[in-house]
Ligand binder design. Structure first.
Ligand code: RP5
Length: 162
């Protein structure tokens, strides 16, 4: 199975990254987690991204806040799919800064951007990409979706009985 990489711009992004780590672990997807900053360690970002495919990664999740350049910087150095997670619901600008920095990639170098702090969805989207060529993972995703549906139906039923 391809590995997934979770990159975060700072250790302060860990509370958001944890949501992706937990979901990928739940799905049994091998995952490496790194702190790599587009601004503070640009050469390390380049080295990681340029060799990611040959080192067995299938998708990269890049998590960053403020002038969030990480996902775009990674995408510049690889043709692997890159999923960007803008961080910052708790900051002064509410993550709008990171959202716009991540989502507004110029044509030719895409970053698939999820919601502000939406790391769980980033993990699920990464799994869906890997499941294109992995029937067992596709089944796990279907089961996970079915469980979610059942939980919502149960809540609705409980509400109706009140
Ligand atoms: C970004 O700046 C990081 O991804 C983080 O979200 C934000 C703040 O970083 P710290 O100053 O907390 O290290 O590069």
């Amino acid at each position: 199975m391809y590995k997934t990489a979770i990159l975060m711009g700072s250790d302060s992004d860990m509370p958001v990254a944890k949501k992706a780590i937990d979901k990928l672990n739940e799905l049994g997807i091998p995952t490496d987690v790194r702190i790599l900053s587009a601004h503070r360690t640009p050469e390390a970002v380049q080295a990681f991204a340029a060799s990611a495919r040959e080192r067995g990664y299938g998708v990269v999740i890049a998590i960053a806040g403020k002038a969030a350049y990480l996902a775009g910087a990674v995408a510049a150095w690889t043709t692997l799919p890159v999923i960007g997670v803008p961080v910052g619901a708790q900051t002064g600008l509410g993550g709008i800064d990171a959202l716009l920095s991540t989502v507004q990639m110029p044509s030719g170098v895409p970053v698939a951007t999820v919601a502000i702090d939406g790391a769980e969805n980033a993990a699920i989207l990464a799994a869906e990409m890997l499941a294109i060529a992995d029937a067992e993972l596709a089944n796990a995703l279907r089961d996970m979706r079915n469980c979610m549906t059942q939980r919502v139906l149960a809540k609705d039923e409980a509400l109706a009985g009140m």
